[in-house]
Design a protein around this ligand. Structure first.
Ligand SMILES: Cc1cc2nc3c(=O)[nH]c(=O)nc-3n(C[C@H](O)[C@H](O)[C@H](O)COP(=O)(O)O)c2cc1C
Ligand code: SF4
Length: 442
């Protein structure tokens, strides 16, 4: 299956970052239609589209939008999660840099549907170019009546602000993001059912919608062409509709963002990215570093859809698709992944704070040739102590890659522990030693 471009159709056209260029290509048709509709009809259109959140969890977007109080008593907020911290994922960055108006229009449509007073785009600190492009687009939208008071004469007022994060992975977790946005420490809050949903009490305890950049960017197409039309895309899958942007990286000839229709196979995505480089396909992490790794055989069976990826025991996740060739040492790869999660754990809860460090330390000693008999069982046991027992999803995200690698490639761990060297890449080098271990001389 070829690429199916909606969001990225005009991504490389420099004019598309200007309001005029955007309008010339049909931009803001979706908002103009929405503003003539009842608010509930806009939510119903999103429901008909089958749109699910593109930030990682695949939650139905309309359920959030519908969950906001209809009889408005308090200010309502829209938040765009533009933190994009998941290793392997770089789609939101491109969407903001090259197509900023689609996200802004999508937020305005969502704002209208949920009676929001204002919205915040929370952009990770390193995305300086993306923030510049979004700010410039917001200024143009204000100057031309697409943001601010009485948008396009409709009587609807909506303000939009950019807020830069400081590059913490945890601040992509929605409740931690909101804490950070409110000036608090970027740590997660208690969640439903122990606390109200953000749609009831989010930012400043007011009703709040939080969605990913790509999720909002789909809304203009849904409103312009209709939810039913949108739902024809991906109709071959069980319950994944529309297009999805996958960030393809690793050992491929043409890394980059590829927008495909759900139902495309993982093999077809690999072909779009120019096929494997430097050796045959060994494994793939299809949805960002936290999702379970799959081997070449399962890559051959994998269909890109939320339920379909579960059939090969993995996930669509955020769409960060990393292909690994036959010369990749899986033990090293997973150690680097666990180092990331250990560094990013916010420390609030014990299973993740302690467990991510333990996993990293055990993997680190294995890749430095000092693995102990029983390390595989110990690692697996720790993953079970973290998964489902942590305060937020970061703990699960740290445990899944380790548990999956032990399940799919046990022979590589066994070999490394027994022989003190990688089955694939030989003995450890300094590059495989974390900074703390080099500094401590261990
Ligand atoms: C540790 C962690 C990091 C996350 N990082 C991001 C992120 O960078 N961007 C994002 O959109 N969602 C991220 N999420 C998911 C968000 O919590 C939330 O589900 C998402 O923003 C909802 O938007 P959606 O329904 O449009 O996907 C993260 C979740 C966790 C647990
Ligand atoms: S799982 Fe716990 S320690 Fe880890 S990031 Fe979430 S709250 Fe912090």
């Amino acid at each position: 299956m070829a690429e199916r471009k909606l969001l990225l159709e005009h991504a490389h056209d420099p004019a598309y970052v200007t309001l005029k260029g955007y309008l010339d290509k049909g931009g803001y048709n979706g908002l103009k239609k929405a503003l003539k509709m009842e608010r509930q009809a806009v939510v119903d259109e999103v429901k008909a589209s089958g749109l699910r959140g593109r930030g990682g969890a695949g939650f139905p977007t309309w359920i959030k939008w519908n969950g906001i109080e209809k009889d408005k008593k308090n200010p309502h907020y829209m938040v765009c999660n533009a933190d994009e911290g998941e290793p392997g994922t770089f789609k939101d960055k491109q969407l903001m840099e090259q197509t900023p108006f689609t996200m802004i229009e999508g937020m305005t449509i969502g704002g209208y549907a949920t009676q929001a007073d204002c919205g915040y785009v929370y952009i990770r600190g390193e995305f300086v170019d993306a923030a510049k492009a979004v700010r410039k687009a917001i200024d143009e939208a204000y100057a031309n009546g697409y943001l601010g008071k009485n948008i396009q004469g409709s009587g609807f007022d909506f303000d939009l602000y950019v807020h830069m994060g400081a590059g913490s992975y945890e601040c992509g977790e929605e409740s931690a993001l909101m804490s950070s946005l409110m000036g608090e420490r970027g740590m997660p809050r208690l969640k439903f059912p122990h606390a109200p949903l953000p749609t009831v009490a989010g930012l400043w305890d007011r009703p709040t919608i939080i969605n990913n950049v790509e999720t909002y960017a789909c809304a203009p197409f849904i409103l312009d062409k209709g939810g039913e039309w949108y739902a024809t895309l991906g109709a071959s899958t069980k319950n994944s509709r529309g297009t999805k942007v996958f960030s393809v990286s690793g050992h491929v000839n043409k890394p980059g963002n590829y927008e495909i229709e759900f139902g495309t196979t993982l093999g077809e995505l690999l072909d779009l990215a120019g096929g494997m480089k430097g050796g045959a396909l060994k494994a793939c992490v299809p949805g960002g570093s936290s999702v379970p790794i799959i081997n070449a055989e399962d890559c051959g069976k994998a269909v890109l859809g939320y339920e379909e990826m579960a059939e090969v025991k993995s996930m669509v996740g955020s769409g960060g698709c990393m292909f690994l060739n036959e010369h990749t040492c899986i033990v090293n790869f997973i150690w680097r992944t666990s180092l990331f999660y250990a560094n990013e754990s916010c420390g609030k809860c014990t299973p993740c704070r302690e467990g991510t460090q333990w996993m990293e330390q055990i993997l680190s000693r294995i890749v430095r040739g000092n693995g102990q008999p029983g390390d595989m069982d110990l690692l697996l046991d720790i993953t079970k102590q973290i998964d489902g027992r942590s305060f937020c999803g970061l703990g699960d995200a740290a445990a899944w890659p380790v548990a999956a690698a032990l399940r799919v490639f046990p022979e590589e761990f066994e070999y490394f522990i027994k022989n003190g060297r990688s089955m694939v890449s030989g003995p450890a080098t300094d590059a495989m030693t974390p900074r703390w271990a080099l500094a401590a001389g261990v």
